[in-house]
Design a protein around this ligand. Structure first.
Ligand SMILES: Nc1ncnc2c1ncn2[C@@H]1O[C@H](COP(=O)(O)OP(=O)(O)OP(=O)(O)O)[C@@H](O)[C@H]1O
Length: 302
């Protein structure tokens, strides 16, 4: 089941937070929704799930507008919000049972689904504890179990791995991969490795506008072949770099510059010549393949 997002705009007071945001997520695909802090990711997620209304534009699921048919559509969506709200006084199964009641699930299905999602999310070992006693990572798992409980066709996860330890990260990513096979899954995250590991399609939002949307493999191959990163002890002036064999460069800080180039051999020679003539102390020049981080940085640095 696809989800169509068309021309969403949203302001809070005088601040326009979303500017004609459009994209589409398809079944069997994990869509990574990326953007710097404050770019508008959570606001978009809240509109997609009907928790917030847009000023203009629409979200369609099965041709149904989400804002006008929130109740019908909410059964199709599993949502893990950024600040995963839970009831600390409840046991996990008690909480899931309460949520199942909200979805009007019949008792037998609910019992089966609670067992299944608790198993899937690795919660069985913690079943005798109240939610308030769980660690942050386990509370995140409860949120994930909640979003999967009613077996929704669309799953929307806002920073699902925040607060997880490295082992939990691997397990939850594995789980996300599993559940995404026959679902439409949108995942918001800051973690580029997560996107590289999980996502088929990437949408990047910056200052409320979509600045890229493509399959991950296309997004990475659209860019120059490699990047050279030069670090010196002293600051470098931009004017010293004029005419060199790069296609683009940016300062990470005064003595750390990242170049995009397709002829690193020539550029490396030019940089070594610059080091010599300006008598700079070189810390390192290293070459990296273009990765999503570089693409993201290029599109969102201003
Ligand atoms: N209810 C609100 N009232 C006023 N401003 C809001 C409200 N919700 C969000 N904003 C503003 O909208 C902008 C986008 O916020 P949003 O939470 O969507 O960003 P984000 O991309 O999810 O950021 P982060 O990665 O930091 O979670 C921010 O400037 C934020 O302060």
């Amino acid at each position: 089941m696809s989800i169509f997002i068309r021309q969403l705009s949203k302001s809070f007071g005088h601040q326009q937070v979303l500017k004609e945001v459009s994209f589409q997520a398809n079944p069997g695909q994990v869509l990574g929704f990326l953007g710097p802090n404050g770019a508008g990711k959570s606001t978009t997620m809240k509109i997609l799930t009907g928790y917030l209304s847009a000023d203009s534009g629409e979200v369609l699921i099965k041709d149904i507008p989400v804002d006008r048919h929130h109740k019908a559509v909410s059964k199709l969506i599993g949502y893990l919000p950024e600040h995963n709200p839970l009831y600390p006084e409840m046991y996990i199964s008690e909480f899931l049972s309460f949520i199942g009641g909200l979805y009007q699930m019949d008792k037998r299905t609910l019992r089966e689904r609670i067992g299944l999602v608790m198993e899937q999310c690795g919660l069985m070992a913690e079943r005798t504890k109240k939610i308030g006693m769980l660690s942050k990572g386990y509370r995140q798992r409860v949120g994930l179990a909640k979003s999967l409980l009613h077996d929704p066709e669309i799953i929307i996860l806002d920073e699902p791995t925040s607060g997880l330890d490295p082992n939990q990260l691997v397990e939850i990513r594995q789980l996300i991969r599993e559940v995404s096979k026959d679902k439409t899954l949108i995942l918001s995250t800051h973690i580029m490795q997560e996107v590289e590991a999980l996502c088929d399609k990437v949408v990047i939002i910056h200052k409320g506008k979509i600045v890229a949307q493509d399959l991950l493999k296309h997004l990475k191959s659209d860019t120059d072949d490699v990047q050279l990163i030069m670090e010196t002890e002293e600051p470098v002036e931009a004017s010293w770099l004029e005419g060199m064999a790069y296609s683009d460069f940016s300062f990470r800080d005064a003595g750390k510059i990242e170049f995009s180039c397709n002829n690193p051999k020539v550029l490396r020679q030019e940089l070594l010549e610059l080091i010599r003539t300006k008598q700079l102390n070189l810390v390192s020049i290293r070459q990296e393949d273009k990765n999503l981080e570089a693409v993201f940085y290029k599109l969102t640095r201003n």
